[in-house]
Design a protein. Structure first.
Lengths: 299, 442
């Protein structure tokens, strides 16, 4: 016979002390709370993501299809422009269609992760004002939600690699490296990680001033054109310097090249940016963890 | 010990100004990032929503927070469940805390009841396996078996509340925080909720209840705190605290009525106002107490009085004698005169009508001045604000009809709910245990 009530583990609910003061041993205490929150919030994060995804597509006949169609149409337009020689992206070592598809899909994943994180307070307003939620649950929900969409994009990107293989070989180009593609699958969550790191850092400020989110959206549009999404970015001059300082250039460029050829152009830079983003993520998570209780009453 | 709550000198401030609220938010965020506590000093446009509240609860205690809207009850409850941080003082809670602040919190309207049970349970800390264990019991208690696969957006508010409450009470909390949520749902479900809370209480669960349903407070809670504008006004037994709070409310209502009557007396210099006379400030919306006919010109010099004892009264203590009187002059010959006095509750419910048709008391008066008095020896309406309307008829036609008086009834020491406070004798096991029939008026 099933139990009529649920008893949670005793350690799940220790003594709770709410005070205006912060604890003296704040840093170790906060770090422990962050780690504990991440471990204990996985299921809640998953449920929040499921709730968000199912809610998003509840009244849609085509569901995920709409999220895929947007970059596909944009890719088709740019492919047409390239064919008509309106744009001349130069030699990329791979079919332009594949270059654009990988670029647009990776960029779409990055922007989705970034905006999901930036707008996390606004989206969770109802919950935050009525339920005590570990900040890490909101964070894991973003990873689950963006990761779910990202899986479909990965499938489309791999599909294009396979479909375009025959044409590319005739033209002496490459489209697919199986070990590279597997490595790409393993490393592609880094693009989500990059978006979440930057977005999470901005989230507390966006909770107070929504201008932050608006500015971020505005910046994301030109960023697509100065990143190697639709065309390769020259390595020299001011644009080259900008390219060097843009983490997306390395992440998108190297991940795409890894999937297609099995190697990266600038692996050191890629690792460097990943390390920098990891530091940014830890810092942003730390700020987020402390900010949630303060901002929950203002959400 | 699980279920213990200790609150010491807790205060919380908020800002009235939305823009300042944001900039203070940035300051507070900055302070939080450097682990610096917020200062209690009030900045511009800030006020103390809760001020210096202290109390202790032991396992199994049930405690109510009462007070008017905006008195700080919900703010205090939010601090208890950790949703907001105090600006001063300390709250210590031992044990699993379950907050029922909004029964539908976390529900996604597009998802089914089943999906939402898993989501709500996850929000309350349960994993899938634990939720599976209690799923049937939740659905059973909510009585929504038939609709559990339907989207929650197709549920009524009562159904949502049933589902939310059902999830919450199946988690075996040590501390249950409830914020005015049981007003939703039908009476049968409300009764089940109270029965469930009584069960939890017996099991040693500490309950903190915010409610305007004062009978529920007295039935469920032993102790209560009355908050007024964030400041504790009384902390004591639930019955005594609710009584004191209700007396305060009655006094406040009566004072408002007195004020309204004073301004009415000052404004009304003639008995039958001219057709173009401005409406009185305290005049009810037309239709709430029936039609207003003051411009017919058939009666003049209307005077009315409402006395408790010898004096004109704006407030009456229940069970006191009341005299209602009126005097007016007929300006033409009237063939079939009758007068009705109608008593309304402030929401427009007609409680009783006293008519001269019973006995044809004034039918024989055709002209001149008419003066009558009605003596009510035991005015037994429950505390509240009431309106007396006078209607002078010729046959079925109105000669005059208007609000005559607004007055307040204030209670005695007995707790009563509903419309009237009957005099009664209560016998327990054949013995008279409580007798109000011979009570002298207060």
């Amino acid at each position: 016979m099933r139990r009529a009530t649920a008893r949670r583990p005793l350690d799940a609910m220790p003594r709770q002390i709410y005070t205006a003061e912060y604890r003296i041993d704040t840093l170790p205490h906060t770090l422990r709370a962050m780690a504990r929150g991440m471990l204990q919030s996985r299921y809640l994060g998953y449920r929040l993501a499921v709730r968000s995804i199912k809610g998003r597509y509840a009244k849609s006949a085509f569901g995920m299809f709409w999220d895929l169609i947007d970059p596909l149409i944009l890719g088709l337009i740019f492919y047409g422009l390239m064919q008509a020689r309106v744009i001349q992206p130069g030699d990329m070592g791979m079919p332009y269609a594949l270059f654009v598809i990988y670029g647009l899909f990776l960029y779409a994943t990055f922007t989705e992760a970034l905006m999901e994180a930036v707008e996390v307070f606004g989206r969770s307003r109802g919950l935050l004002t009525q339920q005590k939620i570990p900040p890490e649950a909101l964070l894991t929900a973003i990873f689950f939600s963006v990761g779910f969409n990202g899986l479909f994009r990965l499938a489309v990107m791999a599909g294009f690699s396979v479909v375009l293989q025959g044409i590319a070989v005739e033209q002496g180009q490459i489209t697919l490296s199986v070990p590279g593609l597997l490595a790409f699958f393993a490393l592609s969550p880094l693009i989500i990680f990059a978006g979440v790191s930057i977005g999470l850092f901005l989230a507390p400020f966006n909770a107070i001033y929504s201008d932050v989110g608006r500015v971020t959206r505005i910046v994301l549009t030109p960023l697509r054109y100065v990143s190697p999404v639709l065309w390769p970015i020259p390595a020299t001059g001011a644009i080259g310097l900008l390219n060097y300082c843009n983490p997306l250039s390395s992440l998108i460029g190297d991940l795409r090249l890894l999937a297609v050829s099995g190697s990266m152009a600038t692996p050191e830079l890629f690792v460097g940016w990943c390390a920098a983003l990891a530091v940014l993520f830890l810092l942003a998570w730390f700020v987020f963890h402390l900010a949630v209780p303060v901002l929950a009453e203002r959400a | 010990m699980a279920g213990t709550i200790s609150i010491k000198n807790v205060s919380k401030k908020y800002s009235r100004n939305a823009q300042a609220h944001l900039s203070y938010g940035m300051t507070d965020l900055w302070r939080a990032l450097f682990w610096r506590p917020g200062a209690l000093e009030l900045r511009k446009d800030e006020f103390l929503a809760v001020q210096d509240v202290s109390f202790d609860l032991q396992p199994g205690d049930s405690f109510a927070l009462v007070g008017r809207n905006g008195s700080g009850k919900s703010t205090l409850l939010k601090m208890l469940c950790g949703l907001t941080k105090p600006d001063a003082g300390t709250l210590i809670l031992d044990g699993r805390v379950q907050a029922l602040i909004n029964l539908g919190a976390g529900f996604n309207p597009a998802l089914s009841g089943r999906e939402n049970i898993y989501n709500a349970a996850a929000l309350m800390g349960l994993n899938r396996r634990e939720t599976n264990d209690i799923f049937d019991a939740i659905v059973d208690f909510s009585e929504l078996e038939e609709f559990i696969g339907s989207p929650v957006q197709t549920y009524s508010s009562g159904m949502k509340a049933r589902l939310g409450f059902s999830v919450a009470v199946h988690l075996e909390p040590d501390i249950l925080l409830i914020d005015e949520i049981l007003s939703v749902g039908d009476h049968a479900f409300q009764n089940r909720c109270f029965a469930r809370m009584q069960q939890l209480k017996k099991r040693g669960v500490t309950i903190v209840l915010v409610s305007h349903a004062h009978n529920s407070v007295i039935q469920l809670c032993e102790r209560a705190l009355w908050l007024h504008r964030g400041v504790p006004r009384m902390l004591g037994g639930a019955r005594e605290t609710v009584k004191a709070y209700l007396a305060f409310l009655e006094d406040a209502e009566a004072a408002k009525v007195e004020e309204a009557n004073q301004s009415r007396s000052a404004a009304a210099t003639t008995a039958a106002p001219a057709a173009d006379a401005p409406k009185r400030a305290s005049e009810p919306a037309e239709g709430l107490f029936g039609p207003i006919h003051t411009d017919g010109g058939d009666v003049a010099g209307i005077e009315t009085w409402f006395r408790c004892g010898e004096a004109e009264a704006d407030r009456v203590t229940v069970h006191n004698p009341v005299t209602i009187g009126y005097r007016f002059t007929l300006k033409r010959r009237v063939e079939d005169l009758n007068v009705t006095l109608k008593l309304f509750r402030e929401d427009g419910l007609n409680l009783t009508t006293i008519s001269t048709l019973n006995g044809d008391l004034v039918r024989g008066i055709h002209e001149g001045t008419v003066e009558c008095e009605v003596l009510v020896p035991d005015f037994d309406f429950n505390p509240g604000v009431y309106t007396l309307v006078i209607a002078i008829h010729e046959g079925k036609s109105y000669l005059y009809r208007d609000v005559m008086k607004e007055f307040a009834v204030v209670g005695n020491d007995r707790l009563t709910w509903g419309l009237r406070d009957f005099r009664y004798q209560y016998r327990v096991q054949g013995e008279v245990a409580y007798d109000t029939t011979a009570e002298a008026p207060a």
